[in-house]
Design a binder for this molecule. Sequence first.
Ligand code: PHE
Length: 365
Amino acid sequence: MSGPNTSYDPVEVAALDPQAVDDAVSAALVAASSAGTLDELRAARSAHQGDRSALALANREIGALPPSAKAEAGKRVGQARGRVAAAFAARQAELEAERDERILTEEAVDLTVVPPRRRVGARHPISLVTERVEDIFVGLGWEIAEGPELESEWLNFDALNLGPDHPARQMQDTFFVEPADRSGLVLRTHTSPVQVRTMLDREPPIYVLCPGKVFRTDELDATHTPVFHQFEGLVVDEGITMAHLKGSLDVFVAMLFGAGTVTRLRPSYFPFTEPSAEIDCQCWICSGTDDSCRTCRGTGWIEVGGSGMVNRRVLTASGIDPDHYTGFAFGLGIERSLMLRHGVADMHDIVEGDVRFSTQFGMEI
Ligand code: PHE
């Protein structure tokens, strides 16, 4: 009787049992298909395909089999390992495809995303026009003068020949400061009190431009606002006449609206000037050549402000000798100029402060 096969280990050979091999394959297939990520798949693969896996063990056992059994066992284990390898490879391909798909969506560059960089704001067109006008007059050798927005009633009215009983005093829709009869203060209704302040302050020759905010009790609507801006010009010197007023205005509009643009003076009335005139500017769109022009409504002229020779009574109230000096003054509205110049149809756009409105004007207009 031959001796026992000492290299034969029944435990290890159990690995080659067809049932055990099938079980190992099933377990490997389940592990492969249930791996949800590439990391999990890698772990499952080393458990079911690695050196210490049941199938690797079985493979090693083949060598110990008698030659007659090797072929059959080799084929069975080989096929089993082949199925497992294919299952892992297929799952690997699947998970890689999923990952690539996810990266494509998650890491896509969205060109419409607003950059985190803070956008540069914009200067308000009222500031731009004001500065432009100031530059023009400073260029002519004038100075800029300023005054308070909360103004004494005397400077806003009385000194400007608008006495308490003057009808025009009622026409200016004034914001009074309580108590109206005793505070003596108003929110200035025009920049004209700065004229008086300037004349009280200094001796002629005076060539000043007074830009600023003014207030009237108007409701905000498409063409009105209770807070708006004006600039007032004042010249007091020896021998000043209406011709100087007209010349200065013509130079100004030509610089603002383009060479060749002129003004026209139309008789009018203001208590603080005598004689007084409305200022019409020649239409800067059609120059009076287009009957259907929407800016001037076919008239060729656009009313832009008031003007006149400083009333003798105003000069006197301001401490200037009207027999020695004469002067002219004019006042223009900035909102109105802006609306006309740029076709702004609604005052709300000017006062609401939406930066998208301001950016349209850029840094210079
Ligand atoms: N102060 C006037 C106004 O606000 C304008 C004006 C200024 C008229 C200077 C004449 C001279 O309506």
